[in-house]
Design a protein around this ligand. Structure first.
Ligand code: GUN
Length: 300
């Protein structure tokens, strides 16, 4: 079977067009411009490339956007005070601190310091709690993007056997929670989560109708580990080399070439989940702006 390619790039583009129109309307009808600040500490090349893409997208959609670069040796206290400044800034509706942070800074403390009403990453415990009990709040961008991809690709999730490989706070745990929720349009799945202590990963992956892989290691899922007709969502972004022009060569956590022979549908890397993460960040920022302005919003 030749797998259908689920293009996150194309689906993202559709949603970005929808958001662009919405931003224009918010400006015209309500004088409201969504505001996003992305804070980058240090110069980790992957982080630089992610925040650059986030800022470019925010700018394209017509946001008020600030890229705030801070030195690698900024103190925890100074970073907390910067967050406090943006918490109080009425032009800013969304605050994103790019992770990972340098070792001398406690990530938890930083995430906790962001006003939950500006937490467009959906990492603050208030938003995580709301997600777990199914209350409106900010959903984390990558899991939210996966849900939208499945929805727009027409994948039947209700009643499906979903297997998630990986249990991170950013992807594995939240995507498992969201997919098992009694929620529409995507939810109601039976979910299994595999992790580093799982005895027989293949036993589980072979049962999956939908397989979501966020293991953080290149090509760990191969064709012999999946069943015919599976839908595969590959969350991995692994840098496995550099082109002569200096561009990163990327691959997913799934061995695309062998798995695509058995899958009904699969996301590519790059061009799959990655663009959706950025798009859902933009969506969260628009919803944050509406919420701050007292307009109906999906985040309550
Ligand atoms: N680092 C890797 N992914 C993410 C993300 O979604 N948000 C933030 N803030 N940092 C990240």
């Amino acid at each position: 079977m030749a797998a259908k390619i689920i293009s996150g790039k194309e689906i993202s583009q559709q949603i970005r067009e929808e958001l662009k129109k919405e931003v224009q309307e918010l400006k015209e009808k309500h004088g409201l411009t969504p505001g996003l600040v992305t804070i980058l500490v240090g110069e980790n090349p992957a982080s630089v490339s992610y925040v650059t893409a986030k800022q470019r997208t925010a700018h394209d959609l017509g946001f008020y956007s600030i890229q705030d670069n801070q030195p690698e040796d900024i103190t925890e206290e100074a970073l907390l005070s910067l967050i406090d400044q943006y918490n109080k800034d009425p032009k800013i509706h969304g605050i994103l601190v790019q992770l990972p942070l340098p070792k001398h800074i406690d990530e938890k403390k930083i995430i906790h310091a962001i006003d939950p009403r500006k937490d467009v990453d959906g990492f603050h415990p208030v938003n995580v709690g709301k997600m777990v009990i199914g209350e409106p709040g900010f959903l984390p961008c990558t899991p939210h993007g996966i849900l939208v991809l499945l929805d727009r690709a027409g994948v039947e999730v209700s009643g499906a056997e979903v297997v998630v490989v990986g249990r991170s706070n950013i992807v594995g745990k939240p995507v498992a929670i969201l997919l098992m929720q009694k929620r529409k349009p995507v939810g109601n799945a039976t979910v299994t989560v595999c992790h580093t202590a799982t005895k027989d990963v293949t036993f589980h992956t072979k049962r999956a109708d939908i397989l979501i892989v966020a293991a953080g290691r290149p090509k760990v899922i191969t064709g012999d580990m999946v069943k015919e007709g599976v839908v595969v969502i590959d969350v991995g972004v692994n840098r496995i080399g550099t082109t002569p022009e200096g561009k990163a060569i990327l691959c997913g956590d799934v061995d695309f070439d062998s798995v695509k022979e058995k899958a009904a549908a699969i996301t590519p890397v790059p061009g799959g989940v990655g663009p959706m993460t950025i798009t859902m960040l933009m969506k969260n920022t628009v919803e944050a702006a509406k919420s701050w302005a007292g307009l109906p919003s999906e985040v309550g």
